[in-house]
Design a protein around this ligand. Sequence first.
Ligand code: PRP
Length: 170
Amino acid sequence: MEKELVISRAEIARRVDELGRRISERSPDGLLVVGVLKGAFIFTGDLVRAISTPLEVDFIRVASYGSDRCSSGRIRLSKDLETDLAGREVLLVEDIVDTGTTLAWLLAHLHDRGACSVKVCALIDKRRRRREKVSIDYYGFRREGFLVGYGLDYNERYRELPDIFELKAS
Ligand code: PRP
């Protein structure tokens, strides 16, 4: 498998700064930032350092039943939040929104847990295969293709790469 650099660490850093500024302006009273494991762990770490309003951080992890979540759409929680969400303003940080199945499930879960508002920040907004109507408040990049690096994996590999690459069958 070949990999081609598609988003450099410098582009990522610039975009994360912009997102942090915009989020800080729109949420001056503070936020609970919820990162979705594993893919969003690096993005969440960078983003919180670019936000200047007071915040807390928590993480959630979802897993799929069977091997093909996209077609089955069956999702279960494998690590829940440790924070009480009642009345909280949440910023949900995802690495990729593709079909939207995971995000729709997470939004319902956070509202069930009592969040008063949930905004979404996605590093990569892939719209071609979208099946669920979900709204994304902030996005880093709009790109299709199989991306790895900066937290994104292929069979658990490549998450540690500082830049984002597209994997191509050679
Ligand atoms: C990826 C990504 C989203 C989801 C998006 O998770 O982090 O949570 O898929 O796909 P969807 O919009 O089609 O539901 P993945 O299963 O790769 O787990 P990971 O974050 O642990 O790598």
